[in-house]
Design a protein around this ligand. Structure first.
Ligand code: PLP
Length: 386
């Protein structure tokens, strides 16, 4: 069996989550909007799922909107907030060049519609500091969108401090927490986020379902129109098995978060030490010695050595051939020849940004998996350099 170190891209469905979903895929198949018994049964399941997701985040059930995943949650947050606040003269969006495309592309679309989108350059570790953010804000900012953990390099933002800066300027803060929801215990009130995105398939739940936390009092126009579902915030027949799966996966993950984080941190340290011992002429893109990072990601690059660049795509294919599954960054970027926009935003030269490997650990990763990946990477680099 190949060693799977791509949990930031997606995780396997937990069997217990599948078991919770199964009745709603089979016998309890009703439409949650139907008035008959089967419909009411589905409605109860959807609302219980909403309560469980809210409880896991420290939110109220009415503050949870179910979506088709992280991408839709991010789109709803950005487009919804900008459209909702335009009438008050707040027509500016502020974000960072190291955000996921699910934020950067809606930002571009909003700019094309006439809103002002400011994309800040992060520091060398991928962070926007509260001071940097403060300088960038004015009273026209509707929304600031900054992720909790960067999906490519794992850098953590101090969301609570950034939220304070936003609120001092009357701006809302959207936090893309797709990489950390369920991994670390998150409380929306402690974080101070006004909007927060999460996705089930990153936390051992099913693909194609997620949620957006929308702080009470915020009214977002729907992105997907066509029905009164989700209190008019997202049209379309409810994905009952999906939201039941999301709730089960998130609840299980949050219950186990402290123990999982401790385990991941020790594996991450083992990986960092193993790479440091086994390799030379490489750099950590994950700021392992510069402030907090998520416990599941280690991203490294190989700058050209003796004038020879490493072909990043070939490196990943070679690793795969030798039984190690990893990515170059976000799954959407890998496969394309373009170097990662995140690594470029850190200031890395093109050839170094294009020669990157992201290992991302999961709940079933073992110390032997970590050691195996280090050995395979060292052998592969050795062969490629020769
Ligand atoms: N945001 C971040 C930080 C992610 O890592 C991802 C997934 O790659 C997404 C958003 C998109 O989530 P989904 O795959 O559920 O659409």
């Amino acid at each position: 069996m190949a060693i799977y170190l791509d949990h930031a891209a997606t995780t396997p469905l937990d069997r217990a989550v599948l078991a919770a979903m199964e009745p709603y895929l089979l016998e309890h198949f009703g439409n949650a909007s139907s008035v008959h018994g089967r419909g009411r049964q589905a409605r109860v399941a959807v609302e219980e799922a909403r309560e469980r997701v809210a409880a896991a985040l420290g939110a109220e059930p009415s503050e949870v909107v179910f979506t088709s995943g992280g991408t839709e949650s991010d789109n709803l947050a950005l487009k919804g907030a900008l459209r909702a606040r335009a009438a008050d003269g707040r027509t500016r969006l502020v974000t960072s060049a190291a955000e996921h495309e699910a934020v950067l592309q809606p930002a571009e679309q909003l700019a094309a519609e006439g809103y002002e989108a400011t994309v800040l350059a992060p520091d060398a570790h991928g962070r926007i500091t509260p001071d940097r953010l403060d300088e960038a804000l004015d009273d026209r900012v509707a929304l600031v969108s900054l992720m909790h953990a960067n999906n490519e390099i794992g850098t953590l933002h101090d969301i609570a401090a950034l939220a304070d800066v936003c609120h001092a300027h009357g701006a809302w803060l959207h936090c893309d927490a797709v990489q950390t929801a369920g991994l670390m215990a998150l409380n929306v009130k402690d974080l101070g986020a006004d909007l927060l995105s999460l996705s089930a398939h990153k936390l051992y739940g099913p693909k194609g379902v997620g949620a957006l936390y929308v702080r009470g009092g915020i009214d977002l126009p729907p992105l997907v129109a066509g029905g009164a579902q989700e209190r008019n915030r997202r049209g379309g027949t409810e994905n009952t098995p999906g939201v039941v799966g999301l709730a089960e996966a998130l609840t299980r993950a949050v219950e186990r978060a402290p123990e999982r984080v401790a385990r991941l941190e020790s594996l991450q340290q083992r990986l960092v030490e193993g790479l440091t011992d086994a390799l030379d002429h490489f750099r950590f893109n994950t700021p392992v010695h510069h402030g907090p990072v998520a416990p599941h990601i280690v991203n490294i690059s190989f700058p050209p050595h003796a004038g020879q660049p490493i072909d990043g795509e070939m490196l990943l294919l070679n690793l795969d051939m030798h039984g190690v599954q990893a990515s170059a960054g976000s799954a959407c970027t890998s496969g394309a020849l373009e170097p990662s926009h995140v690594l470029t935003a850190l200031g890395l030269p093109r050839e170094t940004a294009a020669a990157a490997v992201r290992f991302s650990l999961g709940k079933d990763t073992s110390p032997e998996d970590v050691d195996g990946a280090v050995d395979t990477l060292a052998d592969t680099i050795d062969r490629m350099r020769r």
